[in-house]
Design a protein around this ligand. Structure first.
Ligand SMILES: O=C(O)CCC(=O)C(=O)O
Ligand SMILES: [Fe+2]
Length: 373
């Protein structure tokens, strides 16, 4: 087939990457297992990527070590706590302060920033209990117990339009806090794309250049979705704040202020179960998502995760940055790139080549009618 490179054997037996089936199978197994409170936290590795962030100070040996650590995390369950990322603490602090002020504002004020649908994704404010991950996956269970406020890039890039953000006019200095943090996420995203590419090249024994994944995702940009989980002092065992899912992009960079995130991982006996993700001050939790798992021919794991009720008298803020979730508004179908599974020599691709746009569109079409209202 013309879109396939010599990295794949192209026998035509590949399947469509089916997120719903994968997630619901894992959840069915984990939900009958022991509660996460009776298990130790998940073994999420701490990885210092400073040698990629500040390459002038690094040796080849340092870089090799990071590639091996990231590869091990990706092939285990796809989560890592990343430090040495170079995002200045005042930018993180400024973001959290701005978001906190926004979410604590009266609802009539927040309503002025309501979401408007924009090209495969939503920006702006969404009320508490409006979205429903459980409904997306055809499961019973509550709507999402969070409010959210989403942002994309502040500016056009290379003259292309990506839509516009809404910023509240009732909070002074809000916009610079958001835009500065978003710019840092785009910088970190590039660094991680390089590390993931090198890890993938090593695992598949394919000669991918360091810019390989960056080229595949062009010209798409990231979606930053700030979530606000109100304080909840009496959690219920069966409800979760955010239902089990995997993320759609190649990967996600998460900033969070408190525990609650749980991953569905295999125990030593091979049984899926829920485990909490430790919160490391100053670190970002980075996880592999569906597209990277598919492109890696399932070598990398897009781990199912959820947000559990944790008793607390404080609200929880979490800000995922979903790589590659906003497409340019002038995107034309003919420019759609299909990304092939990267296979080791002699290995067969499991999935059909996947385009970023195609995957997002298919998921939205499958889920949207049930998810929103
Ligand atoms: O709030 C969190 O910690 C995670 C949120 C999440 O998984 C998501 O929005 O996809
Ligand atoms: Fe997620």
């Amino acid at each position: 087939m013309s879109h396939q490179s010599n990295m794949v054997s192209g026998h035509g037996a590949e399947e469509v990457y089916d997120q719903k089936q994968k997630v619901n199978a894992a959840v069915a197994e984990a939900d009958v297992g022991p509660p996460s409170s009776s298990s130790p936290p998940a073994a999420v590795p701490d990885i210092d990527i400073s040698c990629f962030v500040f390459p002038e100070k690094a040796s080849e040996k340092d870089r090799e070590k990071v590639i091996c650590q990231v590869l091990a995390a990706c092939t285990d369950f796809g989560f890592m706590n990343v430090v040495g990322h170079g995002v200045p603490q005042p930018i993180i602090g400024g973001l959290l302060a701005a978001l906190s002020e926004f979410f604590k504002s009266p609802v009539e004020q927040k309503d002025t920033c309501m979401s408007s649908s924009q090209h495969l994704t939503n920006r702006g404010y969404i009320h508490y209990k409006v979205e429903s991950v459980n409904a997306f996956f055809d499961r019973h269970g509550p709507r999402d117990l969070r409010e959210s406020f989403s942002f994309g890039p502040a500016d056009h890039q290379n003259g292309r339009p990506y839509g516009t953000n809404t910023y509240p006019d009732f909070i002074p200095n809000f916009r610079p806090c958001i835009d500065a943090y978003y710019a840092e996420m785009e910088r970190l995203e590039k660094v991680m794309l390089e590390i993931f590419t090198l890890a993938l090249a090593r695992a598949s024994r394919q000669p991918l250049g360091p810019g390989y994944l960056q080229q595949q995702i062009q010209p798409n940009r990231g979606l930053m979705k700030a979530g606000w989980y109100p304080a909840c002092e009496e959690p219920s065992a069966e409800d979760v704040h955010l239902g089990a899912h995997s993320d759609w992009g190649p990967f996600t960079i998460l900033l969070t202020t408190a525990p609650g995130l749980e991953v569905c991982v295999k125990s030593e006996e091979g049984v899926a179960q829920w485990r909490s993700v430790p919160v490391i001050p100053g670190a970002f939790t980075i996880n592999v998502a569906d597209q990277l798992a598919c492109w890696s021919n399932d070598r990398f794991v897009s781990c199912v995760h959820r947000v559990a009720h944790i008793a607390s008298n404080q609200p929880r803020i979490s800000v995922p940055y979903f790589s590659t979730q906003i497409l340019p508004l002038d995107f034309v179908e003919t420019a759609d790139k299909k990304v092939v599974c990267i296979c080791a020599p002699g290995e067969r691709p499991k999935y059909e080549p996947l385009s970023v746009r195609g995957y997002l569109k298919r998921n939205w079409e499958m889920y949207s009618p049930k998810g929103g209202g």
